[in-house]
Write a protein that binds this ligand. Structure first.
Ligand code: ATP
Ligand code: MG
Length: 140
C-alpha cells in the first residue's frame, strides 16, 4: 500500500448532471489529493482505446458511444491506498448494488451510465494515467 496514484474520470453523465464539484468534494473530504486534472471530449476511437479490455463484451459499443457522448473530467488522484479508497467512495458498478452514500448510489442512473470511473489495480492505474497524462502534467 502506501502512497498510490489512480485515474479517476467523471463520465459524461456526471458532467451533464452537474456533479463534478460534488465528486471532487467527496475525494478532497476523504483526504485524497488531486495531482492532475483536465476536461476532454473523447472521440469514439479514443473511448475504445481506453476501454480496450472490454472489447468483445456485449456492452462495448454502447459504453464507448456513451463515453464519447460529451466532455469528461479526467483526474489523477493521489493518497494512501487511494486505488481501493476511491473505489469504495464510488460504490459498486451497478448503482442498484452500491452501498448507501457512495457516488454511484447517490447519482448514477444505470450500470452503464454510472458517473465515475476508477482504476482497479496499480498496473491498470499506471496504464490509464499514461493514457491521459504525461509525467510533467502530474504534480506531487
Ligand atoms: P470503471 O472501470 O468504469 O471504474 P468498474 O470497474 O466498476 O467501472 P467494469 O467492470 O470495469 O466496472 O466496467 C467498466 C464500465 O463498463 C462500467 O463502469 C460501466 O460503465 C460499463 N459496464 C460494466 N458492466 C456493464 C453492463 N453489464 N452493462 C452495461 N455497461 C456495463
Ligand atoms: Mg473497471
Amino acid at each position: 500500500m502506501g502512497t498510490e496514484r489512480t485515474l479517476s474520470i467523471v463520465k459524461p453523465d456526471g458532467v451533464r448532471n452537474g456533479v463534478v464539484g460534488e465528486v471532487i468534494r467527496r475525494f478532497e473530504g476523504a483526504g485524497i489529493s488531486i495531482a492532475a486534472i483536465r476536461m476532454i471530449h473523447l472521440a469514439k476511437k479514443e473511448a475504445e482505446g481506453f476501454y480496450a479490455v472490454h472489447r468483445g463484451r456485449p456492452f462495448f459499443a454502447s459504453l464507448t458511444d456513451f463515453m464519447s457522448s460529451g466532455p469528461i473530467v479526467v483526474m489523477v488522484l493521489e493518497g494512501d491506498d487511494v486505488i481501493a479508497r476511491n473505489r469504495k467512495i464510488m460504490g459498486a458498478t451497478d448503482p442498484a448494488k452500491a452501498d448507501k452514500g457512495t457516488i454511484r448510489a447517490d447519482f448514477a442512473g444505470s450500470i452503464e451510465q454510472n458517473i465515475v470511473h476508477g482504476s482497479d489495480a496499480p498496473e491498470t492505474a499506471a496504464t490509464e494515467i499514461r493514457y491521459f497524462f504525461s509525467e510533467l502534467e502530474i504534480v506531487s
